[in-house]
Design a protein around this ligand. Structure first.
Ligand code: ADQ
Length: 460
């Protein structure tokens, strides 16, 4: 049986369950047949030589963890610069936030070459390589240039924007050409797949060979939509474990007289937090019956704090929350409780379960796993309602959620009101369908479908 080699920017030790969803799922796959997880060690070497980094190999149970250090210059250009200053904003349709600095691309290419070089020393001829996310788009091209003949698949966790947006990246042709070095390209949604198809046909004269196979640059690549899921059983078990139950009981006592709305995410401009707060303010204005009653708990975990755009967002949020609480709050009621920190993964399901409404309203999101976790944590007899942005990849699957356009403040406020007033029977019926959906297409389904398709694609 072939060995699976997962490559991603960051690597997680699969023995530590606190790592959560994706790490657990990939860890399972790696553990199964014994595999390797390769990526950046997380260490930045001040004054280190660009394009160089020490390789560390350690065994974690059945899984080999292979990681490379990065020089400070490479980390700045590859990670903060090109990955998070160019690709992240543009792929989330935010050209206004992109910083097209000419120095970044060199570092991005250098780190992908460094990864390829180090990975080549660890590969066996039969290995199946699965590369993850926007940090590593050109990795397969670099590996191929070094003679690698293995099957290589790529999964993009974030959206792929339309041709005209993508084409704003000065190196867009180079990036898309690099995608043809893979055997299989996985996207989160049909919309992303369509964007890929339109781009390669319009910009690269690609031929569609049927069955989502595309021919360009003298190579054929297969593409597909593989919506990522969560481990529903693992999440359900967490929901009934002590930490989550404690959280649930504590919050239930405190909020028994109130209607609790919940938002949970990394603090990121793609998640639509200011828009959500404005919609919540509009809810209080338009539907005053929610005064002294509706409470929004917004948890935004710190993320990429070393980038300026995130500091601006933090300030904007703090001022919006302050204004709402100042204008509407009472001595015994604070409309918004905003926390800029992580909640322990084991306690999160308790919080989801106590919420009447989850507000998952990103301006753009590859998938959004919080939406799926919220569904998995509900009590089927008395479930909460999911208000979901139509611009999250998850909206293609979760049709029974209440879909909103997060840019439409009034419309979102109306939908939140609808969610707060939804009768029990309708909540149950919607939840049942949503739960069925996330069960059928869970993270194990995702992994298996992707890897089976990769094996097919490589043998075609
Ligand atoms: P993210 O942008 O990180 O992921 P998401 O899919 O919602 O977004 O996953 C976040 C994970 O982190 C969830 O498991 C959630 O429980 C956890 N989390 C978020 N905020 C937290 C907090 N404050 N405290 C504790 N835990 C928190 C990227 C893409 C997504 C895509 C995923 C997976 O941007 O679109 O769905 O990868 O492919």
């Amino acid at each position: 049986m072939s060995r699976l080699v997962v490559v991603s920017n960051r690597v997680a030790d699969p023995r530590k369950t606190a790592a959560g969803g994706l790490a657990v799922a990939l860890g399972d796959a790696l553990n199964g047949a014994g595999g390797m997880w390769f990526g950046w060690s997380g260490t930045v070497i001040e004054g280190g030589a660009p394009g160089e980094g020490e390789l560390h190999v350690q065994q974690a149970g059945n899984v080999k963890l292979a990681t490379v250090d990065l020089s400070a210059e490479d980390h700045a250009g590859y990670y903060l610069g090109y990955s998070n200053g160019v690709l992240w904003p543009v792929f989330h349709y935010r050209l206004d936030l992109a910083r097209f600095d000419a120095d970044y691309i060199g570092a991005y290419r250098r780190v992908n070459q460094l990864f390829a070089r180090k990975l080549m020393t660890q590969l066996l001829p039969d290995d199946i390589i699965w590369v993850h996310d926007y940090h590593l788009i050109p990795l397969a091209a670099e590996l191929r240039a070094m003679g690698c003949k293995n099957r290589i698949g790529f999964f993009l966790h974030i959206p792929l924007p339309p041709q005209q947006v993508l084409a704003a990246i000065p190196q867009h042709e180079w990036l898309m050409r690099a995608m043809f070095a893979y055997d299989l390209l996985g996207f989160q949604s049909q919309a992303d797949l369509q964007n890929f198809s339109r781009y390669v046909q319009a910009e690269a004269g690609a031929e569609e060979l049927g069955n989502n196979r595309f021919r360009a640059f003298n190579r054929t690549v297969r593409a597909g939509a593989f919506p990522i899921g969560i481990d529903v059983d693992e999440f359900a078990a967490l929901t009934h474990a002590k930490e989550a139950l404690d959280m649930y009981e504590r919050m239930k006592d405190e909020y028994s007289r109130r209607k609790l709305l919940l938002g949970v995410e990394r603090l990121d401009y793609s998640k639509g937090l200011p828009q959500r707060l404005r919609a919540f303010k509009c809810l209080l204005e338009r539907y005053p019956e929610n005064l002294r009653s509706a409470t929004l708990i917004q948890i935004a975990s710190p993320s990429r704090e070393d980038m300026g755009t995130y500091t601006d967002l933090l300030q904007e949020l703090e001022s919006l929350c302050g204004a709402i609480n100042g204008d509407f709050g009472e001595l015994d009621w604070m409309p918004v409780r905003y926390m800029h920190r992580n909640v322990a993964r084991k306690r999160l399901p308790g919080l989801y379960r106590v919420a009447r409404v989850a507000l998952v309203t990103p301006l753009r999101d590859g998938m959004n796993l919080v939406a799926k976790e919220f569904i998995a944590a509900q009590n089927p007899a008395d479930p909460g309602v999911l208000v979901l942005s139509r611009f999250a990849g998850a909206a293609e699957q979760l049709k029974e959620a209440l879909l909103v356009n997060p840019y439409d403040t009034d419309g979102t406020a109306d939908t939140i009101q609808h969610a707060l007033q939804m009768p029990l029977q309708e909540r149950q019926a919607r939840h049942q369908k949503l739960l069925k959906n996330i069960r059928e297409q869970d993270v194990h389904w995702w992994r298996k479908t992707f890897l089976d398709t990769l094996c097919d694609a490589a043998s075609e």
